[in-house]
Design a protein around this ligand. Structure first.
Ligand code: DC
Length: 212
């Protein structure tokens, strides 16, 4: 089984994907880490993430697992990731790895922005996870505060809106809901009920029912 989970930053899609994978015994790939890994390599090489040639070279030389996920979580890397992700040749260089991950038994849950639309258009189940920008900014703020980082709510919201604009506005593989994806709005859901709702969607699709 292949489950595609797409949605904007801080929508809850990463946690939902991880928990769905554990629930169904599937492998999990956070595809954002691939773009973050490319961005990190560009920054580490002393180049600008807006430098196309540097970003494309880093994507073509990409080795999964080169950086631990903990090294890719910073806001500087997140911003650079959304810049390199807008470059078509960067996306192209990362397609084969994602498709082969999806095809490997016993199947996978992959989360990102274009999984249901480009990477795995034939996924068995597609879920588009969303929440209002204000709620996503609130979650992000709590996360930063939890890590002891100083953060300003207005700045966090501005950052989320800028990233949404880059991810939905780019010409290639923009963030959008696939026509056959099921919408899961987590604005008013804590993580446990959100995961439950995702499992309900998967179960309904597998049983050939229309999700509630
Ligand atoms: O999910 P994330 O915040 O870790 O993603 C980082 C950036 O990578 C995000 O701004 C957009 C990009 N991305 C993408 O374009 N396509 C994906 N499938 C996953 C992430």
């Amino acid at each position: 089984m292949i489950i595609a989970i797409d949605g904007p930053a801080a929508s809850g899609k990463g946690t939902i994907a991880k928990r769905l994978a554990a629930h169904y015994g599937l492998r999990h790939l956070d595809s954002g880490l691939l773009y973050r890994g490319v961005a990190k390599a560009v920054i580490e090489g002393g180049r600008d993430p807006a430098d196309r040639d540097a970003a494309v070279a880093a994507a073509r030389a990409f080795e999964p697992g080169r950086y631990p996920a903990s090294a890719l979580k910073g806001d500087d890397v997140a911003k650079a990731a959304s810049q390199v992700a807008a470059i078509p040749q960067v996306r192209e260089a990362l397609i084969a790895f994602q498709r082969s991950f999806a095809r490997t038994r016993p199947g996978a849950v992959i989360d990102g922005r274009d999984i249901g639309t480009v990477i795995a258009p034939d996924a068995d189940v597609k879920i588009f996870v969303t929440a209002t920008p204000e709620e996503r900014a609130r979650r992000r703020l709590l996360e930063l505060q939890g890590r002891g980082e100083a953060a300003d709510e207005a700045a966090v919201l501005a950052d989320i809106l800028a990233r949404d604009a880059r991810d939905t506005g780019r010409a290639v593989a923009p963030l959008r809901q696939a026509p056959d994806a099921h919408l899961l709005d987590t604005t008013h859901l804590a993580i446990d009920p959100a995961v439950r709702a995702a499992i309900d969607i998967v179960e309904a699709v597998r049983a050939g029912r229309k999700p509630a």
